[in-house]
Design a protein around this ligand. Structure first.
Ligand SMILES: NC(=O)c1ccc[n+]([C@@H]2O[C@H](COP(=O)([O-])OP(=O)(O)OC[C@H]3O[C@@H](n4cnc5c(N)ncnc54)[C@H](O)[C@@H]3O)[C@@H](O)[C@H]2O)c1
Length: 274
């Protein structure tokens, strides 16, 4: 990505957490940022702070995404960068991140919302914006998935499955449209101090997420956003904000069965059974 080529960017889920930090970083780089969030007030607060544009929408509503892209391209300018960052995670059971009662999340509503927000919203955004980017012969899509989309999120089967789907969809985008000038990246972080893992924005805390069950410590949203944009500028498809994820991936692909055994052991120890 050429930093000068990005004039207009949309960030979904820009009202809080990683999305908000991405909005701040892009604005500091001189980009006109559209802060899109289901929480209209949060989007407005961030947009006011950075001199951007706020849009309230539910990313899992395809009509709303189409309207967003149409309006922004007419009123602000061609979208050079679309970051599908909005995401949700509920945990398999009432205990949140670590479910000792087993996986499979029995609550259908959680599966539906996870699919729609973590996967279909990224599909809708790409369907709305890629044809316009193809006409211009350039454009950039960044989808925020998770390390749970490469490894697994113990205690959240819906999050793990949908984040794997996000990685798979984004790989397909990169393969299908790379030759036509569309840049594509997927972001796979481990724990970040945000509301998603039960922490407050700006808490600055480095432990206590996932009900105290985070594994390798917690990064701050600002640091993560800077790494995301820096690795995007380097032209990477796979953006890994937490270096240990590379090692875990190597171990997993090197010996899948051993990796599953290791994850079972980790689950037992997190559940206090080891
Ligand atoms: N925090 C972590 O540890 C972590 C780790 C890996 C990946 N991620 C991913 O990073 C992304 C950002 O999450 P975060 O950690 O900043 O969480 P967050 O909860 O702080 O932010 C998510 C934002 O998305 C918005 N949002 C949720 N549903 C929406 C919808 N239907 N339409 C529009 N906006 C919606 C929320 O209002 C919120 O502003 C997510 O995709 C998440 O899965 C987070």
């Amino acid at each position: 990505m050429n930093a000068n080529a990005i004039k207009v960017a949309v960030v979904t889920g820009g009202g809080h957490g990683i999305g908000r930090a991405l909005c701040r970083r892009l604005a500091a780089d001189g980009v006109s940022v559209v802060v899109a969030d289901i929480e209209g007030d949060a989007a407005k607060t961030v947009a006011t702070e950075i001199g951007g544009v706020a849009k309230q929408l539910d990313v899992s509503d395809e009509k709303a995404i189409i309207e967003l892209v149409k309006t922004i391209e007419a009123d602000v300018g061609p979208i050079d960068l679309f970051i599908s960052n909005a995401g949700v995670g509920f945990g398999d059971g009432e205990s949140g991140a670590i479910s000792t009662e087993g996986g499979m999340n029995p609550i259908d509503e959680r599966w539906t919302v996870s699919w729609n927000v973590n996967v279909m919203a990224q599909v809708y955004a790409a369907r709305a914006v890629v044809p316009r980017m193809l006409e211009r012969g350039r454009g950039y899509i960044i989808n925020v998935a998770s390390a749970a989309g490469l490894l697994s999120q113990i205690g959240d089967s819906a999050y793990s499955a949908t984040k794997h789907a996000s990685v798979g969809f984004t790989e397909a985008l990169a393969i299908d449209y790379g030759d036509a000038g569309i840049k594509v990246s997927v972001v796979c972080p481990q724990a970040v101090a945000t509301r998603l893992i039960g922490m407050e924005d700006d808490s600055g805390a480095t432990e206590g997420g996932f009900n105290g069950n985070e594994i390798d410590g917690i990064m701050q949203a600002e640091d993560v956003a800077n790494i995301i944009i820096d690795q995007a500028l380097e032209g990477r498809f796979m953006i890994l904000t937490h270096p240990q994820v590379t090692t875990y991936m190597q171990r997993k692909t090197g010996n899948y069965d051993r990796w599953v055994g290791g994850m079972r052991k980790l689950r037992r120890s997190l559940a206090g059974k080891d």
